[in-house]
Design a protein around this ligand. Structure first.
Ligand SMILES: [Zn+2]
Ligand SMILES: [Zn+2]
Ligand SMILES: [Zn+2]
Length: 325
């Protein structure tokens, strides 16, 4: 009942173990609501715009903002220093943390997570994300931008109002460098174009698909109900993707997250948007990881880098499809 599967994107092994999900304590599921102090207004709600640093961009429709991008009050990366590494001792290596850290407020509605956005709003959020990344790409000191959405406290969110973050960085982080190496090693053709073709030919891990986008729970899913959103059109860069492609991905995320909530309830999750570094390109195919926080990462995984997934992706897909039909 147990087998090991290789994640071709990260190079990590995953143990797929169905038997373990029968343990009653196998799931730590429902997201805890993040309550803000009742007397302090939500800084991301309309009417409290002065609580955040001035917006970098707002996208208005019919006289009110629909998506806002503001600087993070506590930036992880800041300033225009290029990445310079200095050795201050045999084990004391330091680098400059230049870059940009922005918050992307998904909608004016405090209660609407990505699953509840309309197609139009989800498309708008994706276009704003793309346009901010395109802006980052023009900065000579930035090499890569990481977009993420943390939903729920277990996923790392500190403000309840649905939002994402964009971190423009002066170096290419390890996860991306590893994925680039994996694409390069997969010499036949593009690793993710091949994944789309292979998963569509066997069908049983395809959660959703249309002319522009495919959502799978990948063969190598390392957590229960993990999904991968893949635009069909091969392109290394999210920041130069077409309106059509980013809108399709926004819609596919909305559908997938709705199915996820309908299947296992209000679970915390992370969305991770991966794109090639700005001044590098093929081989890479931009994509989005949907990583539900249904279980906690325990010592074995930390110690070995080997994940144990107690819900095989075939079973997860079947359950997700039941909610979509
Ligand atoms: Zn709010
Ligand atoms: Zn491709
Ligand atoms: Zn990735």
């Amino acid at each position: 009942m147990t087998e090991m599967r290789l994640d071709p994107l990260s190079g990590r092994w995953v143990v797929i173990s169905q038997a373990r999900s029968k343990r009653p304590d196998a799931f730590v599921l429902h997201a805890q609501r993040l309550e803000h102090e009742p007397l302090t207004p939500c800084p991301f709600c309309p009417g409290h715009e002065e609580e955040t640093p001035p917006a970098l961009v707002t996208y208005d429709e019919e006289g009110s903002w629909q998506v806002r991008v503001v600087p993070n009050k506590f930036p992880a990366f800041e300033g225009s220093d290029p990445f310079v590494v200095e050795n201050r001792g045999p084990v004391f290596t330091v680098g400059s943390a230049g870059g940009i850290h922005e918050v992307l407020i998904l909608s004016p509605d405090h209660e609407k997570s990505w699953a509840q956005l309309t197609d139009h709003q989800a498309g708008l959020v994706m276009k704003v994300m793309r346009d901010r990344m395109a802006e980052h790409a023009t900065e000579p000191h930035l090499r890569y931008s990481q977009a993420i959405v943390n939903a729920g406290r277990e996923a790392g969110a500190s403000v309840e109002h649905p939002h994402g973050q964009l971190l423009g960085m002066s170096f290419v982080p390890r996860e991306i460098a590893e994925e680039q190496a994996r694409f390069a090693r997969f010499t036949a053709r593009c690793l993710l174009c091949t994944t789309i073709e292979a998963e569509e030919s066997v069908r049983h891990r395809v959660v959703d698909s249309d002319d522009d986008v495919v959502v799978i729970s990948p063969y190598w899913a390392s957590v229960p109900y993990e999904m991968l959103v893949l635009p069909r059109h091969h392109s290394p860069h999210l920041h130069s993707a077409s309106d059509n492609d980013v809108e399709a991905v926004g819609r596919a995320l909305q559908i997938s997250l709705t199915a996820l909530a309908d299947t296992i309830g209000d679970v915390a999750y992370n969305l991770v948007f991966h794109s090639a570094p700005f001044r590098m390109g093929d081989p890479f195919h931009w994509h989005v990881h949907v990583v539900p926080k249904a279980t906690t990462r325990a010592g074995f995984e930390m110690g070995t880098g080997v994940a144990i997934n107690i819900v095989p992706p075939e079973m997860a897909t079947e359950e997700l499809l039941e909610q979509l039909s």
